[in-house]
Design a protein around this ligand. Structure first.
Ligand code: SIN
Length: 516
């Protein structure tokens, strides 16, 4: 077989698999490759997702109510059309998953059991115990069209000719031709010292898209999950204690047993995720411990994955409150795309966490990410079916990249971003982080890592936005300002820009990158 494809999908989580499913419905004759490091069903963050998928499914719910909650959480930066696409097309995508054989929890009468999570005004989270992502990934992977070719490898370059995509480089040396490339490469959590994300979530897709000429948006918005289990010695990874625990009544308490969240927000444990995460940070700064008390819940029966993670770490959720800490969970920013997943680079598409569709704004509503992967992955597949599949006559030669591990340099990057771009940010802290990163730059580039590019772009965006909004909390600009009510845009070769209704002029020369 030649190394020429009609479409290459990079990533095999919910977004990548949704692209393939929907594309094959429309155009089964295409030659489609799926590039992944692990088998579909096990790849990416999807199988790690506990809570479930938010969708307007119940009789008391509607896409409009779901849109209202999504917009409120997004703190003024959601794109209304994208949110409406998400909430109105969501139920159909869930029905298709059910048709594929996904087993979600049901009541005795067979109707879907819906749980509640923070900042949702209705019960609308479809789930499979607390292993919802694993079940979705299983259902999508089991039914992958047999024609899709799995290619095991790591994306190291998006190859362009003129301004359009013509292929990719894998593992630093192998070139594949394809006029259409879809990025579904996930998030950035592994660039931080504490995260709920799996190994490999280092934002490579962002850096490589940027190198290929794509515009990136709102990279400063990083979501911290409030309740990761605070265990030592696990590297960056901390076990997630799903928000659904709080939805079902678990309380956040301190060392004296006092439930403290009502000091910070009237919705207490069910306040938006950015509010709860920041409250935990503040409470810890005041010298308190932060614990999740789930003793009143049937954790072993209803939350089997959480129970197993706790027991493995030496805790019994039935008899003791669990020590929790915020950890990086999700990246709202990403490669800017239209409502069909197209980037500004012809032939380059993006969906899932690596993309910025505009549905999450400054703070993602809980359980909207699996839905985004389903809905926008499906849309990319539909739009791709009508794309231009003419191949470049020959691929341009691109320099090889030597990939090596440098665990110490990566550990340093994680410490730098955690302290500079963590829950509480400041100009001084972000500038110090940029300087620290610059010192690491030669080592990171020498091992083929894109970490310096991604981290610098995120810090540049954070420095540029001189306000607090959603998940971007600054100690030196504590208020949300109408002046900054727009998106931060980063385009190769240009200064950062704010695309805003109120301030079209704001630009700053803060973009420092290290394109290889
Ligand atoms: C969780 O289960 O708390 C995570 C859900 C999400 O991130 O949407």
């Amino acid at each position: 077989m030649s190394d020429r494809f009609d479409v290459l999908v990079i990533g095999a989580g919910v977004a990548g698999m949704s692209v393939v499913h929907s594309l094959y419905e429309q155009a089964p004759q295409l030659r489609v490759g799926m590039v992944t490091l692990q088998a579909p069903g096990q790849a990416g963050a999807t199988p790690w997702a506990q809570g479930g998928v938010a969708v307007a499914w119940g009789d008391d719910d509607s896409p409009l109510l779901h849109s209202q909650d999504t917009l409120a959480a997004g703190a003024g930066l959601c794109r209304r059309e994208a949110v409406d696409v998400l909430t109105s097309e969501g139920p159909q995508r869930i029905q298709e998953l059910l048709d594929l054989g996904a087993h979600f929890d049901t009541h005795q009468d067979g109707t879907l059991e819906l749980t509640r999570e923070a900042a949702h005004q209705r019960r609308r989270v479809v789930h499979c115990g607390d292993a919802s992502g694993r079940e979705m990934a299983r259902a999508l992977a089991r039914a992958l069209p047999p024609g899709v070719e799995l290619i095991y490898g790591q994306l190291t370059r998006i190859i362009t000719q003129g301004s359009r995509v013509v292929g990719v480089q894998l593992d630093g040396s192998r070139s594949l031709a394809s006029p259409q490339v879809v990025l579904a490469t996930g998030g950035v959590g592994q660039l931080f010292a504490a995260t709920t994300n799996p190994a490999g979530a280092e934002g490579q897709g962002l850096a490589l898209a940027f190198e290929a000429g794509a515009q990136l948006r709102d990279l400063e918005f990083v979501q911290f999950h409030p309740t990761a289990l605070a265990v030592q010695g696990t590297g960056a990874n901390l076990p997630l204690l799903t928000e659904a625990l709080r939805g079902e009544g678990a309380r956040l308490i301190d060392e004296s047993g006092e439930a403290f969240m009502s000091q910070y927000h009237q919705a207490a444990e069910l306040a938006p995720r950015d509010v709860v995460a920041f409250a935990l940070w503040q409470h810890r700064q005041r010298g308190h411990q932060t614990l999740l008390d789930a003793r009143a819940l049937p954790v072993a029966e209803r939350f089997g994955q959480v129970h197993a993670l706790c027991v493995k770490a030496g805790f019994d959720p039935a008899t003791q409150p669990l020590p929790v800490t915020p950890a990086v969970h999700y990246h709202m920013g990403g490669v800017e795309v239209d409502l069909w997943g197209r980037t500004n680079v012809p032939g380059l598409w993006a969906c899932g966490e690596v993309s910025s569709t505009g549905v999450h704004g400054a703070n993602r509503l809980a359980s909207n990410s699996l839905l985004e992967g389903l809905v926008f992955g499906h849309r990319v597949g539909q739009a791709l079916a009508g794309a231009d599949f003419r191949q470049a006559t020959c691929l341009p030669a691109v320099p090889p990249i030597e990939l090596r591990q440098d665990p110490l340099a990566m550990a340093r990057v994680r410490e730098i971003l955690w302290s500079g771009l963590g829950l509480a940010r400041s100009q001084q802290g972000m500038e110090k982080a940029l300087a620290g990163l610059d010192r690491l730059r030669p080592r990171l580039l020498a091992c083929g890592s894109t970490a310096h590019t991604v981290a610098s772009l995120m810090l540049s965006s954070g420095l540029f936005r001189q306000e607090s909004r959603g998940a971007h909390r600054r100690l030196d600009y504590t208020q949300t300002s109408p002046h900054w009510a727009g998106h931060t845009l980063l385009a190769p070769g240009q200064a950062a820009q704010l695309q805003s209704l109120t301030n079209k002029e704001a630009v700053a020369d803060v973009v420092r990158t290290s394109v290889r």
